[in-house]
Ligand binder design. Structure first.
Ligand SMILES: NC(=O)c1ccc[n+]([C@@H]2O[C@H](COP(=O)([O-])OP(=O)(O)OC[C@H]3O[C@@H](n4cnc5c(N)ncnc54)[C@H](OP(=O)(O)O)[C@@H]3O)[C@@H](O)[C@H]2O)c1
Length: 375
């Protein structure tokens, strides 16, 4: 198969190279076979193709196939904080990146070498291989339902990066046509924690639905390769399992960061390493939007239980501290008087004191009464 096309070109003077996409034959060319033959071709012809692909040109065939299979056309939907953060790496790795968002990010996109589409129809008509959903958790359903899916290729791969996983999985399965592939992912890092590098940072994924066929499997692998290539720790895990772990780890981390922010921590001249860690935690978690935090709570059914455990843990810790104070005060007040009194257990002091009739409970049973006694 020969892709060399010659076309008359009349306005070229001998030895002159006009600013055309391709040089006329009289220009120096790096393709020596063409140079050799150019005297036999009329000088008024120009080459409209830079290379000739012939059926024996295996190198060219192979390189074309390789390029096609490794590089993807990826459309980011939701070009906020996290969408832009991901775009930098996608572009760096040579993928073609499009973006669409509620707000106009044309300028920001141009800086990042991303093509921005204000209109979702135009974006979908580019027929991306992958739609990468980076919207806030709470707007995901609205955004997904407003995409003109009919304009996409019949077997487009849908990927999400939401910090909760069961929710987008069930949304995708409900809304997307059967022919679309679904990959649910969660990069366990963000613009702060992944600022320098993604090396050894966890990337969780669940291949929810990848259709049969080499090209569809390959496309999914190519997408995962983006994170593998950056050195991420790839963790295949079901969406349900992710949400159980994330409520214990991520939701608690964000909650602690926000609690500490509310208590207005400041850097001091004598910060310990531990305190520095807390200050960093506040920075890391509060730079994310409140929508994100709210999404972690609302759209992960395990989050409420974790919040309640946290509140109980605070209560119990406070009770324990107050209990020690209680013991100390009692020793000071009644030290001598209590000597020789038999104590069935370390935590059964009060029931044996008739003068304090209102406190006839062990400390662990009646924490509230004790507290009102002291404060
Ligand atoms: N930040 C992280 O560290 C991190 C890490 C892993 C995963 N994620 C996930 O990545 C996603 C994006 O996170 P983010 O940090 O960029 O902040 P976010 O506040 O969770 O989401 C911001 C994005 O959602 C869009 N959006 C919000 N409300 C919308 C609405 N009503 N209609 C249409 N679009 C709406 C915004 O569009 P406009 O900007 O155009 O308004 C923006 O693109 C989230 O699902 C989050 O869970 C984030």
């Amino acid at each position: 198969m020969i892709s060399l096309r010659l076309q008359p070109y009349t306005n070229v003077k001998p030895n002159e190279c006009p600013s055309l996409p391709f040089p006329p034959l009289s220009c120096p060319s790096r393709f020596s076979p063409l140079n050799l033959s150019r005297r036999r071709i009329a000088p008024r012809l120009i080459i409209r193709a830079m290379d000739t692909t012939q059926h024996f040109d295996y190198e060219s065939h192979l390189s074309q196939r390789l390029t096609k299979s490794t590089k993807l056309k990826i459309a980011i939907v939701g070009f906020g904080n996290f969408g832009q953060f991901l775009a930098k790496t996608l572009v760096k790795q040579g993928h073609t990146v499009f973006a669409h968002s509620r707000s106009d990010y044309s300028e920001k996109a141009a800086e990042l070498e991303v093509s921005f589409f204000k209109d979702a129809d135009d974006l979908c008509e580019e027929h991306p291989d992958v739609i990468l959903l980076c919207t806030s958790i709470i707007s995901t359903e609205f955004v997904l339902r407003s995409l003109p899916l009919q304009r996409l290729k019949r077997n487009t791969l849908f990927v999400d990066v939401l910090s909760v996983k069961e929710f987008p999985k069930s949304l995708f399965l409900q809304i997307l046509p059967q022919d679309f592939d679904i990959l649910c992912t969660h990069p366990m890092f963000g613009p702060e924690s992944g600022k320098e590098s993604w090396k050894d940072l966890s990337f969780v994924y669940d291949k929810v639905r990848i259709g049969n066929g080499e090209s569809r499997e390959l496309r999914c692998e190519r997408f995962l390769d983006i994170f593998k290539n950056e050195g991420c720790r790839m963790v295949g895990m079901s969406c349900a399992e992710h949400d159980r772990h994330a409520a214990e780890s991520q939701f608690i981390t964000h909650t602690m960061g926000r609690v500490l922010e509310k208590s207005s921590l400041h850097s001091t001249p004598i910060n310990t390493k531990g305190y520095e860690t807390l200050l960093n935690l506040v920075d890391n978690t509060t730079s994310d939007s409140f929508d994100l935090y709210y999404g972690l709570f609302m759209y992960n059914k395990n989050a409420m239980e974790q919040l309640e455990r946290l509140v109980l843990a605070f209560e119990s810790l406070k009770t324990e501290l107050c209990g020690h104070l209680h013991d100390l005060l009692r020793k000071q007040l009644f030290g001598k008087a209590e000597e020789g009194v038999e104590r069935p257990g370390d935590r059964m002091l009060l029931p044996e004191l008739p003068q304090n009739g209102s406190l006839l409970f062990s400390r662990s049973e009646n924490t509230n009464k004790e507290r009102s006694y002291f404060f």
